[in-house]
Ligand binder design. Structure first.
Ligand code: UD1
Ligand code: MN
Length: 450
């Protein structure tokens, strides 16, 4: 009897052990060679089907990309009729995302931020030279710093032309700072001045919008036309909070000089000549920072993740080598920026491609269709070749490496590279459009990228 019980237990243990092996064998699968000795055709077919199924589920992304490429190739080889159909469809799409006409008599004052540089004359001379209308573009100079020589220069302009006015920042108290922050005093004073000047324009003068320039900026001949033409975008698209005249990657070798009419969306606030609405100012003002206001505006938390418009070719140029941030940045970068010279009639262009619903889709498709290439290959490829390319990056380091190679700015603010939109930095190198782009599954900027 005892012996029998033992046998029963042994048999049971054996059954349980076997059952476990059978149940868990799929989990414990080890890589096996595709064609094992002795496996028959039926087995192999089964395995192939299984593999196909696995690949199928993994490749939906690839299929999507391929479809996009096919679609673009199809467009290239379409007949006239098909071409017409595409055009009609495209026009219909634009009708959906259409811009309302610009306000009939817009007033866009220009606010000039001045302090102690008599060279504000150069800035004012250019504003007057290229200003198409005194009524549309009154000039308001706001002067900080109590610098009398500079005030006298400004006064010559206001005396000669009633459409130019000056206001002086009244709070000239010293900014009190702990020792280690004293070197940043200038940035504190600038932020204080901006708050005063913008309140002056929006609260005292009650303007609807304002173009902000600093006293060391040159402007391009179509500077005013640029803002007039893009103003409807700011009014119509709630996902845009600013229009800037500046391309942070605006050096000659990384822009397409043949397309001065081209504009982009960006998540990185460019500053240096920008248009702001009263509505946005009222939102920003209560939390306005004590210093580094421009970097503060580059934090999506402060601008509710909205974008700015920026040009392919800058409409401003900074000649201020002597300034708060000193000359190093100037010699390394600002000096080499390209100021646009051609007059583009922006008010006559269809700019609906910049509306979020049109732009995001078109950019996604363009990036997906672009041929993949390393930054090295872009820089060494022989013929200045046709066709856009995508230079992928995975992390802050690979971004910086590629950016350096291509001749782009490689710094981040709140994790955002300069000029980036959805992580994509769009530039033009050696005759072709280059998208320095993160993975397709990119979802947000990483503030720890510094
Ligand atoms: C840099 C930025 C500038 C930004 C500033 C604040 C560039 C090229 N410049 O200033 O756009 O506004 O950081 O973060 O990226 N100013 C005053 N009060 C002062 C000192 C200066 O109002 O006490 C005014 C100047 O007249 C000028 C502006 O602030 O309009 C910027 O000063 P600037 O000396 O040109 O400093 P940047 O180093 O160019
Ligand atoms: Mn400056």
């Amino acid at each position: 009897m005892r012996l029998n019980l033992k046998k029963v237990f042994a048999a049971l243990a054996f059954v349980v052990f076997f059952w476990l092996i059978i149940t868990y064998s799929p989990v414990m699968e080890v890589p096996r060679p595709m064609f094992r000795k002795g496996s028959n055709i039926g087995d192999i077919e089964k395995r192939i089907l299984k593999l196909e199924k696995e690949i199928g589920t993994q490749s939906s992304e690839i299929t999507r990309l391929l479809d996009t490429v096919k679609e673009i190739q199809k467009r290239k080889s379409t007949t006239k009729d098909e071409m017409y159909e595409i055009q009609v469809l495209e026009r219909l799409k634009n009708e959906q995302g259409r811009l309302l006409p610009p306000p009939s008599n817009p007033v866009l004052p220009v606010l000039v931020i001045a302090c102690d540089r008599v060279t504000v004359k150069r800035c004012l001379d250019n504003l007057i030279k290229f200003r198409p209308s005194k009524e549309t573009f009154p000039i308001v100079v706001s002067q900080d710093c109590n610098h009398n020589a500079t005030y006298q220069v400004i006064k010559q302009f206001t005396d000669a032309d009633p459409s130019i006015t000056v206001v002086r920042q009244p709070d000239q108290s010293e900014v009190v700072l702990p020792r280690q922050k004293i070197k940043f005093r200038g940035y504190y004073k600038i932020a204080r001045h901006y708050r005063f000047a913008l309140n002056h324009v929006f609260t005292t003068l009650k303007h609807e919008s304002v173009i902000i320039v600093e006293d060391d900026l040159d402007i391009s001949p179509d500077f005013f036309e640029y803002f007039l033409g893009t103003y409807p975008l700011l009014l119509n698209d709630p996902s845009i909070w600013c229009i800037s005249a500046w391309n942070d990657n605006g050096k000659r070798d990384v822009i397409d000089l043949a397309h001065p009419e081209l504009l982009h969306r960006t998540d990185f606030f460019p500053g240096l000549g920008w248009l702001l609405r009263r509505e946005s100012w009222l939102e920003l003002e209560p939390n306005w920072p004590p210093a580094f206001f421009d970097d503060w505006l580059r934090n999506p938390e402060n601008t509710r993740g909205r974008a700015c418009i920026r040009p392919e070719v800058s409409r401003t140029y900074s000649f201020g080598k002597v300034g708060v941030s000193k000359g190093l940045f100037f010699d390394l970068h600002l000096r080499h920026m390209q100021l646009n010279t051609q007059f583009v009639e922006f008010t006559k262009l269809n700019l609906t491609y910049l509306l979020k619903e049109n732009y995001d889709e078109a950019l996604t498709q363009a990036v997906a269709a672009a041929q993949k290439m390393s930054a090295d290959e872009v820089m060494t490829s022989r013929a200045p070749a046709a066709g856009a390319v995508r230079v992928p990056y995975m992390d802050a380091r690979s971004f910086q490496k590629a950016a350096k190679k291509l001749g782009l700015m490689d710094d981040f603010r709140s994790g955002i590279p300069r000029t980036a939109y959805f992580g994509i930095v769009t530039c033009f190198v050696r005759g072709r459009r280059v998208y320095l782009a993160p993975n397709f599954n990119w979802s947000q900027y990483d503030p720890s990228w510094q």
